[in-house]
Design a binder for this molecule. Structure first.
Ligand SMILES: Cc1cc2nc3c(=O)[nH]c(=O)nc-3n(C[C@H](O)[C@H](O)[C@H](O)COP(=O)(O)OP(=O)(O)OC[C@H]3O[C@@H](n4cnc5c(N)ncnc54)[C@H](O)[C@@H]3O)c2cc1C
Length: 532
């Protein structure tokens, strides 16, 4: 059942077999998978059942480099977590997300990617990916584009050994959310306590176990939660933050004896550096990737590019000036932004012409059917690939604690993130290979942009409690258990070792299913002993 934490008595003491912190895709998958096993599960969620600014403000953080996005805008504190803000417009006008697994190469140790290599392979994770797809209501067809081709939507005729067309599967959050609400309402052994913020995980004195959680409700009541097993599923930034905040017994925080918690923060920079100018009208396609053999041979990072048709004039001088002004204003460099106004005014003809073409162009959702729209050659000048880039793990990119306190008295997050020369160089080298392939196939040219740039990232917070066999290089072991803390596990993208280009939710869900399988094995003998 659901319980609003404001109705608890002050200093309430709650108990469970498994306590899960966070009700995003990771936490809800664990509930689904553990629900039928008879354990008493307590799901603790800081947000309410609906969006609420006061709860959301607890996620505010600072960015030290000015290169990252505002960490409050890219996460959601609410039942359902960040999936309640998915923004991919689907053809039925609902909002959803892109689902795609990591590639096999993403799991490998690559000598040109420092700290790369997962403790297991993609083939090992495949059965869990299959279950994750079922849970999300995704088609079981593959991600290769050939099976999805029809008369109107054809793959580009590129040699498969040079470039590959693949697809994303799209789906709304509804199947996950509806099933989770139904399960919690109907179940006698799963409780969801919302408006309850965990402020600290408290370990026993010099012990390798978490004894209890300190919780503060939104009406300032304190509570404690004891459980046999705790799972941190609070997202890629809050997972390390909570470990670092938990410093009553271990001054550096839980699991942080080697100063690894919060390090290796990765995201997917969305990089725009070239446009495809077709020699003649071509069919639309899902996305382009390079074959793994090409990535290996050229020692490249993984990447995937979606081709968005752009109205003519999209990269004209006036529009570029406006775009630059908006970016600087967003980064709060107002004086620098205003200094570009004369450039925009001089080129106002470009701007008006572009505005008119945009006004006449179809909306973004229907652009996926670009190839069957009328007047495409008149309306659209080129295709601009939106590349999701792999970012190599780098210990200096990190989540740490700021000195500023939030409204419940916890130190806020400090994010240090740069997207890095290796990703940039790798993308440009991949662009050269793709261009050769396009030219050879007589499909057009990839023309470099005057001002290549990363506008934003995918809002995927990866790697901050990374998985490794050795506690010297990882925060959690291959079972997602925090090294040297017997009853604390982590679910979510913070355990990723590397992140490829793939949007992370499908992998988060696959790993949560695998973690649930492990927890069942661990808990069942204890439950039997208790019954006897
Ligand atoms: C605009 C946008 C679009 C996206 N699109 C895609 C996409 O197309 N495909 C894709 O795969 N991914 C996408 N993502 C990313 C995806 O939503 C996240 O990776 C995913 O939701 C992470 O799941 P999670 O369960 O680990 O964490 P979250 O979904 O962030 O959930 C964490 C939950 O923990 C709660 N919590 C945090 N701290 C505490 C605490 N101290 N006490 C109690 N509760 C706490 C939070 O309130 C939240 O509800 C997108 C993200 C954004 C912002």
């Amino acid at each position: 059942m659901f319980q609003d934490a404001r109705t608890l008595a002050d200093n309430a003491q709650l108990t469970a077999d498994v306590c899960i912190i966070g009700s995003g895709p990771a936490g809800l998958t664990l509930c689904q998978e553990l629900g039928g096993a008879g354990f008493r599960i307590l799901l603790v969620e800081s947000g309410g059942m609906d969006f609420d600014l006061e709860r959301q403000s607890l996620l505010r953080g600072e960015d030290t480099t000015g290169e990252y996005f505002d960490p409050v805008g890219a996460r959601r504190s609410q039942f359902g977590g960040t999936m309640t803000m998915w923004n991919m417009e689907l053809t039925d006008n609902s909002m959803g997300a892109r689902f795609v697994p990591l590639d096999a190469i993403d799991f490998e140790t690559r000598d040109w990617v420092p700290y790369s290599g997962w403790p297991f392979s993609r083939a090992y994770l495949d059965p869990y990916y299959k279950q994750a797809e079922e849970l999300c209501g995704l088609s079981s067809n593959t991600y290769e584009a050939a099976v999805w081709e029809d008369e109107c939507n054809r793959c580009l005729q590129l040699p498969a050994c040079e470039a590959i067309t693949r697809i994303y599967k799209l789906r709304s959050a509804e199947p996950l959310l509806v099933a989770a609400r139904k399960l919690i309402n109907a179940s006698t052994n799963i409780d969801c306590l919302f408006r309850a913020t965990v402020t600290e995980l408290v370990a026993g004195p010099s012990s390798n176990r978490i004894e209890y959680l300190r919780v503060l409700t939104s009406n300032r009541k304190q509570a404690r939660i004891r459980a046999r097993i705790f799972v941190l599923a609070a997202g890629g930034i809050e997972n390390p933050r909570l470990l670092l905040l938990s410093n009553t017994v271990f001054s550096a925080g839980i699991g942080n004896a080697r100063d690894l918690v919060g390090r290796f923060l990765m995201d997917h920079p969305l990089y725009y550096f070239c446009e495809w100018v077709p020699f003649q009208g071509q069919c639309v396609l899902g996305r382009l990737t390079l074959p793994e053999a090409v990535l290996r041979e050229n020692r490249l990072l993984n990447l995937s590019g979606v081709l968005w048709p752009k109205p003519k004039g999209y990269r004209s001088k006036g529009i570029e000036a406006l775009r630059e002004m908006r970016l600087l204003a967003r980064q709060k460099h107002l004086a620098r932004s205003l200094a570009l106004a004369p450039r925009a005014c001089v080129n106002c003809g470009d701007i008006l012409a572009y505005a008119w073409r945009r006004f006449r162009a179809p909306k973004r959702a229907s652009l996926s059917f670009w190839s069957i729209l009328p007047n495409t050659e008149k309306t659209f000048g080129s295709m601009e690939p939106e590349f999701y880039l792999e970012q190599p793990p780098d210990p200096s990119n990190r989540v740490s604690l700021s000195t500023e306190l939030d409204s419940v008295g916890c130190r806020r997050t400090l994010v240090t993130w740069r997207w890095g020369q290796q990703s940039r160089d790798s993308a440009h080298r991949a662009g050269i290979l793709l261009n050769k392939s396009f030219e050879r196939a007589r499909l057009g040219r990839l023309v470099p942009l005057r001002h290549p740039r990363v506008h934003t990232t995918g809002h995927h917070h990866l790697g901050t409690t990374r998985m490794h066999n050795s506690p010297a290089v990882g925060v959690v072991d291959p079972n997602c258990r925090v090294h040297e803390t017997n009853n604390l596990f982590i679910a979510g993208s913070s355990v990723f070792c590397t992140g490829g280009y793939a949007n992370p939710t499908l992998t988060i869900i696959a790993l949560a299913i695998r973690l649930a399988e492990h927890l069942k094995k661990e808990l069942q003998p204890l439950m039997v002993r208790q019954r006897d």
